[in-house]
Ligand binder design. Sequence first.
Ligand SMILES: [Zn+2]
Length: 225
Amino acid sequence: MEELSCFLLPMAEKASVPVVVHFDHGLTAEKTRLAMDLGFTSIMYDCSTLGFEENCKAVAEMVREAHSRGISVEAELGHVGSNESAAEASSASDTSAYTDPEEARRFIEATGADALAVSIGTAHGAYRAAPKLQLELLRKIAEVVPVPLVMHGGSGLSDDDFRNAIRDGMAKVNIFTDLNCACAKAAHDFYQPGCGMTDLIPHLTEAVKEATLKKMKLFGCVGRA
Ligand SMILES: [Zn+2]
């Protein structure tokens, strides 16, 4: 984390648009506090494997601390599982639990969190079978939750899945696997015997940039900063 913050923070400062440097999935208070100490401007404190009351209590405490330092907090209610841990091909991981709208409303009221990751049928990592998004559930959550909703496990969804989810209330989309794979594919495509990492890096950068731009166009976020 220290290494990351060393180059991410100066990069963010140079950007011509507003940028948050976000620490995703802080699973312990200790790591999450370290991220704040290192200068991350946004943190996720993920207590989604705890019961509702414990999740509320832990996040409320972290929100007080983070807000006093001018840092925003994302929390998660319901649990977005991982495709890697799913025992068999299914629409979402067997470790996922959908978010309940009424609980989500109470959760935000009780914690003061700035954004909420919700579980509506996505899972982290590469999908083995096409995920089936629970859009009706998403609309119900969006109706009663006053803060931006966050989609985790976005990689591998179809363009229509994204359009529908954004239309129905998703305000932030987390993408990693798709960009990671674009980078690896470029390494494969541009490798030639005798070439070094420094020869590849410009191609990798360009591949990630292209994949990111494609997603930005799809999400409708180009030119809106
Ligand atoms: Zn996530």
